[in-house]
Design a protein around this ligand. Structure first.
Ligand code: MG
Length: 170
């Protein structure tokens, strides 16, 4: 009897938090969200995409976002985080990983993200080359508690599932 090779799956988790800062464009999950302030950071401060990157790297056992994009490297100053996620997607490709699905929570008191959720899903799905339905984006307030509740910070939590590509046998 020929045995089918077992499918190999790996799950990962990622989190990130950035300070709210005046004079910055608010980028969340790759989408510009109209708001009077943005997020501080070496890159564009996109907490959503940073959490997704860490979830993917966690699943693949490939370290974290700082391993690939150290915040001491001028190359990544004000970097577009979409570009960072795309680079990570290519790294996963090279290691024979397919992305099965991604789930993201953005923790912020404001603005309301419901109007841009579809755009965020489309953006992440497009960058990862997966179905729209394989990406979920949720938004949660912090019920007025802590720095997030006070509008001083925004955070994100993400999970990702990877599946090893089937090796072709002759
Ligand atoms: Mg970050």
């Amino acid at each position: 009897m020929i045995e089918e090779p077992k499918a190999e799956y790996r799950a990962g988790i990622g989190t990130d938090i950035h300070r709210v800062a005046e004079g910055r464009r608010l980028m969340l999950c790759g989408v510009h969200v109209p708001y009077p302030a943005g997020l501080a950071g070496h890159s564009d401060g996109d907490v959503g995409l940073h959490a997704v990157i860490d979830a993917l790297l966690g699943a693949a056992g490939m370290g974290d976002i700082g391993t690939f994009f150290p915040d001491t490297d001028p190359r990544w100053k004000d970097a577009d985080s979409k570009e960072l996620l795309f680079i990570i997607k290519e790294q996963l490709e090279a290691k024979q990983w397919d992305v099965v699905n991604v789930d993201v929570i953005v923790h912020t008191e404001e603005p309301k993200l419901a109007p841009v959720r579809g755009q965020m899903k489309r953006c992440v799905a497009g960058l990862l080359g997966i179905d729209f339905a394989a990406v979920n984006v949720k938004a949660k307030t912090n019920e007025g508690l802590g720095e997030i509740g006070a509008g001083q910070a925004m955070a994100a939590t993400a999970t990702a599932l990877l599946k090893k590509k089937r090796r072709r046998t002759l």
